[in-house]
Ligand binder design. Structure first.
Ligand code: BGC
Length: 386
């Protein structure tokens, strides 16, 4: 551990407040009540750098806010930055956090392969790094990884597609439909380690049904590199769906289902379908489109019967897990893992804590999202976060 910003125990509170009032030590949001200390009686105030990828997706704003507020409640100083989906911006932000005296980094990478240099500098300064939701690859300096069971998220996405098509019921029992159904596949950003896990999980469910003819990928585009959407961009997904509709579905065939791994992509896909004349709700034949993240605009579309499903990953719980791991590391201990096998980052298997996710259908928006306080009933009705 590097030398900390030493604040004498007796004067700690007052001095920390003064420092915070003076704007702390640089860019970024810092706490204004950095009164507590970690690591026992040393009187040190720990500073945590939190790097999130983007503010264009609501989940990362929620993640950033949750991590920041939970750390602040424990008395840590927090430097929270969002990288605008731009790799150099995120690298510079992390460099800056290190310069500003971070004691620990929590990082959700934009490009999981682009941060080895920053992590090396951090390690050289005794700063531990927790990879947040997205694994950081090609670096031995990833101390811990908190995420969801990403393969299972993919399984759930594909399962919800089958439910929408009527091949399965929501309770997992066999549905009445037999197919064949025309589907198309989308995957996430190829530089995000999660994207492959989602896709492989989904294909573990879909491939046997493609093989036996129940599902037909009409375009023939089934390999990850072809169906991946760089940086998870909604516009790119809309454009690819438009191209598919023109190239593959212009002579009468109808697309009936689309595997989409993220709500932003789902909305782009839905727009392309609507612009091409698909209309109404899934109950009257609008194609089944899946998703991920329970973004409010998509939750409203699900309530309205336009998008069929999404996957709920409770960002509050992930934040809590990251904060718990941060506390354990800053106290000089080992963070508690529940998976020490799955996440090989190319250099080592990173000890991980995996959380579970849930499939959201119109039928369980209330119980999963409203009753848990994730969204209010008003937000679901308006489709806008308040
Ligand atoms: C996250 C997903 C998210 C996607 C796009 C992934 O790394 O795990 O929850 O939908 O990035 O932001």
């Amino acid at each position: 551990m590097k030398a900390k910003q030493l604040i004498a125990a007796a004067a700690g509170t007052a001095m920390a407040l003064t420092l915070a009032a003076c704007g702390g030590s640089g860019a970024g949001e810092t706490t204004d009540d950095a009164t507590n200390t970690a690591g026992g009686d040393s009187g040190e105030t720990f500073r945590v750098g939190v790097a999130m990828p983007t503010q264009t997706s609501e989940r990362w704003i929620a993640d950033g806010d949750a991590v920041k507020s939970q750390l602040e409640e424990l008395g840590y100083e927090v430097d929270l930055q969002f990288g605008n989906d731009d790799i150099p911006t995120q690298s510079q932000q992390i460099d800056q956090m290190i310069t500003n005296g971070a004691d620990l980094l929590i990082v959700a990478a934009i490009d999981g392969t682009a941060l080895a240099g920053q992590l090396q500098t951090a390690a050289d300064n005794g700063i531990a790094t927790i990879a947040y939701d997205r694994l950081i690859r090609d670096s031995e300096n990833v101390d811990f990884y908190v995420t969801f069971d990403n393969y299972q998220v993919g399984v759930q996405q594909a399962t919800s597609l089958l439910v929408g098509l009527g091949l399965l019921n929501e309770d997992g029992s066999e549905g009445d439909a037999t197919g064949p159904f025309n589907i198309e596949l989308f995957a996430g950003s190829p530089d995000d380690n999660n994207a492959g896990f989602f896709f492989n999980g989904a294909m573990s469910v879909l491939q046997p049904l493609i093989d036996d003819g129940t599902l037909v990928v009409t375009s023939g585009q089934t390999d990850f590199d072809t169906v991946a959407i760089l940086r998870w961009q909604q516009e790119t997904a809309q454009k690819r769906m438009e191209d598919l509709l023109t190239s593959t579905y212009s002579s009468g065939a109808k697309v009936q289902g689309v595997l989409s791994p993220y709500d932003g992509l789902s909305r782009g896909i839905i727009t392309a379908l609507q612009n091409a004349g698909y209309s109404g709700t899934t109950a009257d034949g609008f194609p089944i489109v899946t998703g991920q993240d329970a973004e409010i605009a998509s939750v409203k579309l699900i309530a309205d019967g336009v998008q069929f499903s999404t996957i709920f990953k409770d960002t509050r719980k992930l934040a809590t897990q990251a904060v718990t791991a941060a506390e354990e590391i800053l106290a000089g201990g080992e963070p508690t893992a529940n998976d020490t096998e799955t996440y090989d980052n190319g250099v080592k298997v990173v000890p991980s804590y995996l959380l579970e996710s849930d499939i959201v259908y119109a039928s369980n928006i209330q119980s999963l999202l409203v009753d848990s306080g994730y969204w209010t009933a008003e937000e679901v009705a308006s489709g806008v976060a308040e």
